[in-house]
Write a protein that binds this ligand. Structure first.
Ligand code: DOR
Ligand code: ZN
Length: 470
């Protein structure tokens, strides 16, 4: 009988619907059996999971790895190493690098970097902006996993596309079945507010929040939903920070709009009270909200209205995060390494079950991005992207020991309980007890198969109308 590469023995295997005592056989990168230990094939190596939970690796649909352009903040080796440390086996990386990933040339450049450096699997986002609508199809053909549209400005200051360009972009993505992630904040409201605040001499941390009120997100979510519904483009709402626009999304989902929603640990667990203490360290877009918002996000996560947890891993240097003037502090902070311990702590606190966690961290993102059933589940045929979790292990998060280049995080000093102890990507142990064991280049583009495109109003697209001869 052929020996398989590994049998993971003695743990409890978790899916969104069940937790079972079972062994997992892994061979040539795939799961080949899940079941009774006595029935497992012989293995070259046994991994002892006694007392641990065996979960599908997390899929983080929102990370910024900064290369090319800002390599001093992060690169693909440190970014994916941080992911491996954090039990994240697939990442989707954002296009606000320099050059932005809006042209074929920039995509090719980033693909080469990722190929050489990645430790975990990945997808790369293409940019949808005012000037690259004609290149979207070429970016799709060259392998982007989705698109990002910055409706509001953030790090990199990429200008928001006009509604005309956005709609036309959505028409193209709808025809090709791709999903577009939106940074849903209204740029003109924010620009006006920020200018007013700066003119008034406000440089405090609260001023950032005041410049980006929730209405910016409500309006932008609503506009993105309207364009997605009209065109049939798949939509993904990045980093839902407030409770306000949830009603729009509930309604859109009920109408059958293909919209998925993510939130991040910082919006679930931090609020403006923490902003007073952390100031620029907590400056992020969209901003951390008032304390009435997190309970609404938790409820939406439980209900399934918010589909998934992502991190918006946005590394910057400590110097860039601690300037006196809030407008001079770069927005965002690292997160891919700390998401799992932070959320597992909430599982231990009884806020969600481990099955819920698997649903929001792996199963739902895999389905949204067309990675399921290759990823997002531990079942025969799936990639062996597996994490061993010790729900009793405790640690205090220490920013100095992050694998990320960005040694500054609002989670510094937070006590967590529930840690990833081992991360396997396609059958290779890439992290064990905090040590990185893979060579750069192990990570591969995640194989994607989106459901059939479902474009709407195709006779009224820009392309159809331009072609019409009367
Ligand atoms: O605060 C943020 N920083 N929000 C984003 O959406 C982007 C990110 C970055 O790239 O630094
Ligand atoms: Zn982001």
């Amino acid at each position: 009988m052929t020996k398989v590469d590994y049998v993971i023995r003695g743990g409890q295997v978790v899916s969104p619907t069940a937790t079972i005592h079972a062994s997992v056989a892994v061979h040539e990168g795939r799961v080949v059996a899940v079941g009774e230990d006595a029935l497992m094939p012989p293995a070259a190596e046994i991994i002892d999971a006694t007392g641990k939970f065996v979960i599908p690796g997390a899929i983080d649909s929102h990370v910024h790895f900064r290369t090319p352009g800002y390599d001093y903040k992060e690169d693909w080796h440190t970014g994916t190493g941080a992911a491996a440390r954090g039990g994240v086996t697939t990442v989707l990386e954002m296009p606000n690098t320099n050059p932005p990933t809006g042209t074929l040339e920039a995509l090719r450049q980033k693909q080469a970097i990722a190929k050489a450096q990645a430790l975990v699997d990945y997808g790369i986002y293409g940019l949808l902006d005012e000037n690259n609508i004609g290149q979207l199809e070429a970016l799709i053909d060259a392998g982007v996993s989705g698109f990002k549209c910055f409706m509001g400005n953030t790090f990199g200051d990429l200008p928001a596309p006009s509604d005309g360009a956005m709609l036309e972009g959505f028409e193209i993505l709808a025809r090709r079945g791709m999903r577009c992630t939106v940074h849903a904040e209204n740029f003109s409201i924010m620009a006006r507010r920020q200018a007013q605040m700066e003119a008034a001499g406000r440089t405090d941390a609260q001023a950032h929040l005041a410049a980006r009120p929730e209405v910016c997100a409500i309006e932008a979510v609503s506009r993105a939903v309207i364009f997605a519904e009209w065109t049939g483009a798949r939509l993904h709402i990045a980093h839902k920070s407030s409770g306000d626009a949830l009603y729009l999304l509930r309604d859109a989902k009920r109408r059958g709009v293909d919209v998925t929603v993510e939130t991040c640990p910082q919006y679930l667990l931090l609020d403006t009270g923490d902003m007073k203490r952390l100031k620029g360290i907590l400056r992020v877009n969209p901003p951390i909200r008032d304390p009435e918002h997190p309970p609404q996000l938790w409820a939406a996560l439980k209900e399934g209205l918010i589909d998934m947890i992502a991190t918006d891993h946005a590394p910057h240097s400590p110097e860039e995060k601690t300037r006196e003037n809030i407008w001079k502090c770069d927005c965002g902070f690292p997160g891919v390494e700390t998401q799992m311990p932070i959320m597992l702590t909430e599982v231990n606190n009884g806020r969600l079950t481990l099955q819920d966690y698997v649903r929001i961290s792996s199963f739902n993102p895999a389905r949204a991005w067309g990675f399921f059933p290759r990823k997002g589940a531990i079942q025969p045929g799936a990639d062996a992207d597996i994490v061993l979790v010790d729900m009793a292990a405790e640690r205090t998060i220490d920013q100095g020991s992050l694998f990320s280049k960005s040694k500054i995080t609002p989670w510094h000093g937070r006590k967590v309980k529930g840690l990833p102890m081992l991360t396997m990507v396609r059958g290779k142990v890439v992290m064990k007890d905090g040590k990185i064991l893979a060579e750069p280049g192990w990570g591969k583009p995640a194989v994607q198969e989106m459901p059939a495109p479902a474009p709407r109003n195709t006779h009224k697209t820009s392309a159809a109308i331009v072609a019409f001869k009367g």
